[in-house]
Design a protein around this ligand. Structure first.
Ligand SMILES: C[S@@+](CC[C@H](N)C(=O)[O-])C[C@H]1O[C@@H](n2cnc3c(N)ncnc32)[C@H](O)[C@@H]1O
Length: 306
């Protein structure tokens, strides 16, 4: 990797401002980057983010001191070291916004299904959940708080695992740390905040160890068939605010690949409006107000509750 051969000042490296006027990304070059992003992650850059993405690429080229954007492209396209650099750039390009209990109705549905699992003949069997595109962990910890609370409510030992996967290494690191600014916790009901967080600093709180112990986070691409969170049969796949970045055909391929990862009777919960009228084969749409979720059909002859 070329390290700052143009002798840029650290102030310039930090802002990328001055060099942005020296180095330009042509429309053709920009299209190549956008294609690379889409081929590797499925994510399409929305038109309103074009300028931001262009600036981030030029800024990174400046930080590393490449004389030419093409040289940087070749570097990133290389296997090995290129993959590492791609990871750095990717962290800057993706939208990683998240919130605790972001779509309340979906979380209510999740809790309801889990409670009915705990009260059914299947109690004692581990309940396995994967959050796809979990970003900085808020979704996973929201599901874990609901799961813990449900187990306590029916006086059962918690027997669940919730795994989050995201292609962004930076997001996964933050998720594992589990420390959030106080303002991010506004959507967490007070009793849950009291039970599952401790004060980290004046302005932040940390997820308690007993909750962290029940969750796992992996850097992984959701299109990877060997993705760690999708290895064993799942009761729930939670995938919200991720599909919106994908072309329709990619959404369909991805969701079809999820069907085989679900247990019969398992649920796929996506964001409302993320799929329109289409549904993956082998799933039936769940009738529950305000959510978009699907249940995997039981094989013919299998009694419900198996
Ligand atoms: C807007 S965030 C959604 C976070 C969370 N699901 C929520 O609703 O609050 C989208 C996340 O999807 C992740 N992502 C995008 N493409 C991905 C891929 N191919 N594999 C895994 N994660 C991906 C991004 O890194 C980002 O963290």
């Amino acid at each position: 990797m070329i390290k700052n051969p143009r002798g840029l000042s650290s102030a310039n490296i930090a802002t990328g401002q001055d060099e942005a006027s020296e180095l330009q990304l042509s429309d053709r070059q920009y299209r190549l980057w956008a294609e690379m992003l889409e081929n590797k992650t499925g994510v399409r850059i929305a038109a309103h983010r074009d300028d931001f993405v262009r600036r981030q690429i030029v800024r990174r080229v400046n930080e590393l001191g490449f004389n030419d954007v093409e040289d940087y492209f070749r570097e990133v396209a290389q296997p090995g070291a290129g993959n590492r650099e791609w990871g750095v750039l990717l962290d800057r390009l993706l939208v990683k916004e998240s919130q605790f209990f972001r779509h309340q109705a979906s979380h209510d549905f999740f809790k309801k299904r889990l409670l009915s699992h705990l009260l059914s003949a299947q109690q004692g069997q581990r309940y396995s959940v994967c959050s796809i595109g979990c970003s900085t962990g808020e979704e996973v910890y929201s599901l874990a708080m609901a799961a813990f609370d449900s187990c306590r409510a029916v006086e059962q030992t918690p027997a669940f695992s919730i795994v989050g996967i995201d292609v962004s290494a930076e997001a996964i690191q933050a998720a594992r740390r589990g420390i959030y600014p106080n303002r991010h916790l506004q959507s967490v009901p007070e009793p849950l905040r009291d039970n599952y967080f401790t004060v980290a600093t004046d302005s932040s709180m940390e997820v308690k160890a007993e909750l962290k112990k029940r969750v796992g986070f992996f850097v992984s691409n959701m299109f990877d068939q060997n993705c760690p969170g999708l290895a064993s049969p799942l009761d729930v796949i939670f995938c919200q605010n991720v599909l919106i970045y994908l072309k329709n055909w990619r959404r369909r391929d991805l969701l079809n690949s999820f069907v085989e990862k679900l247990k019969p009777g398992g649920y796929l919960i996506v964001g409302p409006g993320e799929l329109n009228d289409w549904q993956p084969e082998g799933l039936s749409r769940v009738a529950y107000p305000g959510i978009q979720a699907f249940e995997k059909l039981l094989p013919i002859g299998m009694p419900a509750g198996k």
